[in-house]
Design a protein around this ligand. Structure first.
Ligand SMILES: Cc1ncc(COP(=O)(O)O)c(C=O)c1O
Length: 430
């Protein structure tokens, strides 16, 4: 029988884990997972963990979901993958048709990639090249303070979480950050955005935002009205708006896509994470016919969008995404989530009374508890992470922010369990 200990030793001999100081694993060993079922993960020693963060915000309908499993199994025997330049397949076509139906009419075209950061790179490159194809070089992107868009160089450059970005500052593309509505309120944030749009007029190809929730930036939330006003500003100054719904898409904020709440249509919509129900790496960038047509001409004109990844449009990823959309439709997930959203909101309330809690906040199926009075060096989040794991719950606080982003199959009992453990963890720090 394999044990946690043996798996850790074999892993550590060769594997360098993401988003980790490997030395930390000397004092807080990582957990070798043997299997998953619904919202639970099981390690090699038989211990069970409730996945309160949907395994980095990707899992929507539980681990080893029987329906998604069945669909993937059938696809494996038919076609696992095919080069997507010069070829196509039914799962990709079907997925594209469905996403076009689910999103506003203007978004008629869809470009595939295989992770969130790549989708951001594609949206940045497409918006830059759109102008270049028309003879203009627009060399600046505007994003928001406290934003996060991924780890590849372009995505890092538009991001603003110093922890991930600062080290690479010297080698990043040109971007500027406007104030975040989540930190200073909508009015000040819009003023700051407008000043930048004026200062760099003619040089900006796109503004990129995470609609409604800056997730990696501590689950910082803001009003939909900011997004509507921002879209209007982008139109006045003639720049594209890229909506990074990689984390908030697919029902996270209560609606299928967060932009719906602002009643706007972005020029580029980036989707990933939940798109496959948390099964396989896949992302898409959706855009308009107008953008598409700016690249459509004879090859000799040199205007083609030549971006590609080997696994673009992977058939297994696409079938998992189709299965995910089936579940949304067949089980009326957005309606069913309304009840869970209320339960989560009610469970959040008692945190407010704790003296080390600054505030609680919620947007749909994302709930957060921000702590106060701790310095970053204290790594309070790590202490809570450790406490929760010992009590069978996977939480992964972002600095001083403890949050819940459960899979949608979570029950009231499981929501209670995860918030109870978080409450006790936070209380134990007092
Ligand atoms: C808003 C947002 N954009 C982009 C990304 C990057 O996605 P990926 O990790 O798949 O590259 C993330 C990942 O957390 C994200 O939250």
């Amino acid at each position: 029988m394999l044990t946690n200990k043996e798996m850790r030793e074999r892993d550590l001999a060769h594997i360098w884990h993401p988003c980790s100081q490997m030395k930390d694993y000397e004092s807080l060993p990582f957990i070798p997972i043997k299997s998953g079922k619904g919202p639970y993960l099981f390690d090699f020693d038989g211990k069970r963990y409730l996945d309160a963060i949907s395994s980095w915000w990707v899992n929507l309908f539980g681990h080893a979901n029987p329906y998604i499993n069945e669909r993937i199994k059938a696809q494996v025997d038919t076609l696992e993958h095919v080069i997507f330049a010069g070829f196509t397949h039914e799962p990709a076509i079907r997925l594209a048709e469905r996403l076009v139906t689910l999103t506003p009419d203007k978004l008629q075209k869809l470009f595939f990639a295989d992770n969130g950061s790549s989708a951001i790179e594609i949206a940045l490159k497409m918006s830059f090249q759109y102008y270049k194809n028309g003879g203009e070089v627009r060399d600046i992107f505007i994003s928001l303070e406290n934003s996060y868009h991924g780890e590849t160089m372009g995505a890092l450059a538009v991001g603003d979480v110093a922890l991930y970005k600062e080290i690479y500052n010297e080698i990043l593309i040109k971007t500027v950050q406007a104030k975040s509505p989540a930190l200073v309120g909508s009015d000040e944030a819009l003023d700051s955005m407008e000043r930048l749009l004026q200062e760099y007029e003619g040089r900006v190809s796109a503004v990129v935002i995470e609609p409604l929730v800056q997730c990696a930036g501590g689950m910082a939330m803001y009003d939909a009205s900011y997004i509507s006003d921002l879209k209007a500003l982008c139109e006045v100054y003639g720049v594209f708006l890229i909506a990074d719904e990689i984390a908030v898409g697919f029902g996270r904020t209560g609606t299928m896509f967060a932009c719906e709440q602002a009643d706007i249509v972005p020029d580029f919509l980036c989707l990933s994470k939940g798109i496959t129900g948390g099964y396989l790496p896949l992302s898409v960038v959706m855009t308009s016919d107008e953008v598409y047509n700016a690249f459509y001409c004879d090859y000799s004109e040199g205007k083609s969008f030549l971006d590609s990844h080997s696994y673009t449009g992977n058939a297994l990823g696409c079938i998992a995404a189709n299965a995910t959309l089936d579940i949304f439709e067949n089980e009326r997930i957005l309606d069913a989530n309304l009840v869970k959203i209320d339960i989560l909101g009610a469970l959040l309330q008692r945190f407010e009374a704790l003296p080390n809690v600054l505030e609680t906040r919620q947007r749909g199926m994302i709930a957060a508890v921000e702590l106060k009075g701790y310095r970053p060096e204290e790594r309070i989040g790590l202490q809570i992470y450790r406490y929760a794991l010992a009590h069978g719950v996977l939480l992964r606080p972002l600095g001083n922010v403890v949050y819940f982003m459960p899979p949608y199959i979570v029950t009231e009992e499981q929501l209670t369990e995860m918030t109870d453990v978080a409450y006790e963890a936070i209380k134990s720090l007092i």
